[in-house]
Design a protein around this ligand. Structure first.
Ligand SMILES: [Zn+2]
Length: 58
């Protein structure tokens, strides 16, 4: 059995999900600083979190 480990979709940095992690929780990648949203727990899956603090304009 592998531990609950996932990789950042941006930089591939392995991330471990702490116990108690919930779907929808926002994680911060230690590798590239991307905001990642927990999409699923079993198996673990993460994706880009919606960017709400940064506005790059049109
Ligand atoms: Zn990353």
């Amino acid at each position: 059995m592998e531990s609950d480990s996932i990789e950042c979709p941006d930089c591939g940095q392995p991330k471990g999900l702490a116990s108690g992690t919930q779907i929808g929780q926002i994680l911060n990648c230690a590798g590239c600083g991307a905001l990642l949203e927990v999409l699923a727990l079993s198996p673990p899956e993460i994706g880009h979190a919606p960017q709400i603090e940064e506005d790059f304009g049109e």
